[in-house]
Write a new protein. Sequence first.
Length: 276
Amino acid sequence: MTPERDSPPVTSETRAGRGLRLVLDLLVTVVMWGWFIWGYFFVFFPLHVVGWTVVRERELWSQRVNHWFYRSFFGLLSLLNPLQSVRIDPKVRRLAGCVVVCNHVSYLDPLLLVAAFPRQKTVVKGTFFAAPFLGWAMFASGYLPSGSEGPLSGRLARLVERLPAFLEQGGNLFVFPEGTRRNAGGIGPLKRGAFSLARRCKAPIAVLALSGTDRLFPPGSVLLRTWRRIDLDVRLVEVITPDYDSPDFSPVALIEQVRSRMEAARRADFAWVSRE
């Protein structure tokens, strides 16, 4: 029988270190969510309103306001948490006119992608559109409510009709095709919605790999994890340009192709984190 390894003793020093980390996590979390709520309400929401009254391209203005806000969010977080880094592949920043699909591991993922793309749309749960101020800002930005039933169905149809023009003008639509967060190393089944929109718009599909956000803000936690070496990384895996008009085109094959690319990238990221 192999002898059990003794666990390291829990000393007052290690308890003190954990306590200090918990205090730092709490302080940084309070500041960040305070900025998320009050900074948006008092600084960025008024910019939405001003743009809605004086700017001709209102939707583009609102998307840029969102972009500036989430860049400020991650910028402030980097100041408060100097061991964290944010790395966005320059190829990701240069994407234009694409339906962007990405793995989903944390609530911070959509915030990070909005910070990456100045001109962006995404699919948001319909319940968020009922939230005061936030719902109006999402409407102003042209974001798409999920689901095709209920009071938002008419608005969704109009937004989908305008989507080809938006992509032709250089905007990106990003979607998390798994539909929910996954924390294991693999990729879950992909929903068809993003691929149907790409086919409707005859748009290329950009496959991204995102990592690190689940370590910074783990699912089930109310606190951000600070003063730990955490790299938030967004990189381009591949841009796929399907021949939608080909008689051999298969939506199922396209979805499987994208899933295999996402799976390989996720396994590589998971293995890298496991070695740290």
